[in-house]
Design a protein around this ligand. Structure first.
Ligand code: FDA
Length: 314
């Protein structure tokens, strides 16, 4: 119920203006968002890299409304990639992995436009991949709701012809995902596995937490047994433990864990200190409001953190 209430609040424009303008929001934003501009997020990335982690940067934005908007998002990715290179943070660590990468939502670069959305998103994604390649970084295509899965996987296949390190994201809550894992579990294929963040119908997605977790474990097995490069994106201690155990079992050297900026930061460092590669997903940009509200809705315990921050400044 609290989850629905938070999501309802997140859609109220008056509350958005109020919360965005409140000075106290800054502290909360700083915890979950790497920066509101390019310079600040690069400094956040520098700090994470200095502590032994790698990063993937996600430019936050609302729905893309027209082609000009999509082009502006591509420009923002170019800027941040250039800034990462200047800061010495964009180097390749191996043919498939880089210290820094960017995560891109195809909807932000044109996929949802009414005419030629798929093609526009593909061309824009190609520009971002080329900019990333130039500086040594890599790209992951975030996965959105199930109506976009086929289009996103087609774009991925096209991009991989020229940029083989481009990564896919698969969502364990979808019935189709174990099969998609098998299709993508080929040598050199980078695949981020997450539980899935969208509200999906029972016709396409598991509805119970236990079913999603079991699907996640089946997918870990498929990916870890393959010659691909699994990227286990979860904060779930149980799944992290299973991931480590499977990596040992298959004597897997190429894999990583991924977590969101500001969530279980001590666990991120603990895993890295144990020798497991850990990448932090760092969202940034002026349009942080929707992202922050989704994080609060996902884990209402974080609402307490927000409330304490509000009270403590008074
Ligand atoms: P879940 O939220 O179910 O939590 C499981 C357990 O983890 C909790 O019971 C608790 O023990 C622990 N935990 C979680 N949050 C905690 C906190 N704040 N503090 C302490 N413990 C905590 N989704 C999508 O649809 N498309 C995408 O492209 C991506 N990309 C993506 C990248 C990365 C790097 C991550 C980490 C996640 C995504 N996601 C995503 C989001 C993903 O699908 C999912 O919604 C969230 O990660 C939450 O699921 P968890 O697996 O973390 O477990």
């Amino acid at each position: 119920m609290l989850r629905s209430a938070i999501l309802a609040v997140s859609r109220n424009p008056r509350l958005e203006r109020l919360i965005t303008a409140a000075p106290v929001s800054r502290g909360v934003v700083r915890r979950f968002v790497g920066g509101t501009d390019t310079a600040t997020v690069v400094e956040s990335a520098r700090g994470l890299v200095a502590s032994g982690l790698t990063v993937t940067l996600d430019h936050l934005g609302e729905d893309c409304i027209d082609r000009a908007h999509a082009e502006a998002v591509v420009g923002a990715y170019r800027d941040v990639l250039d800034a990462l290179e200047l800061a010495g943070l964009a180097e390749r660590l191996a043919p498939l992995t880089a210290r820094s990468e960017v995560s891109v939502k195809l909807s932000a670069i044109g996929q949802a436009l009414p005419t030629d959305g798929h093609q526009i998103a593909l061309e824009h994604a190609r520009e971002i991949c080329a900019a990333a390649e130039r500086v040594g970084a890599t790209v992951t295509l975030d996965m959105e709701d199930h109506t976009t899965t086929d289009s996103t996987l087609e774009v991925l296949a096209d991009l991989r012809a020229d940029f083989p390190a481009t990564a896919a994201v698969l969502q364990a809550y979808l019935h189709r995902t174990e099969g998609d894992c098998r299709d993508l579990a080929v040598a050199g294929s980078r695949v981020r596995l997450c539980k899935g963040a969208y509200r999906e119908p029972a016709s396409v997605a598991y509805q119970k937490r236990g079913q999603v977790n079991l699907s996640y474990v089946r997918c870990i097995n498929v990916l870890m047994a393959s010659g691909g490069y699994p990227m286990l994106a979860t904060h779930d201690p149980c799944l992290i433990e299973i991931g480590m155990q499977r990596a040992r079992f298959y004597e897997k050297s190429g894999y990583e864990f991924q977590m969101l900026y500001g969530i279980r930061p001590h666990e991120q460092l603990r895993l890295a200190e144990m020798g497991h590669p850990v990448r932090v997903y760092v969202p940034y940009g002026a349009q942080w409001y929707g992202y922050l509200m989704r994080r609060l809705a996902e884990r209402p315990a974080n609402v307490g953190f927000f409330a304490r921050a509000l009270i403590s400044t008074r």
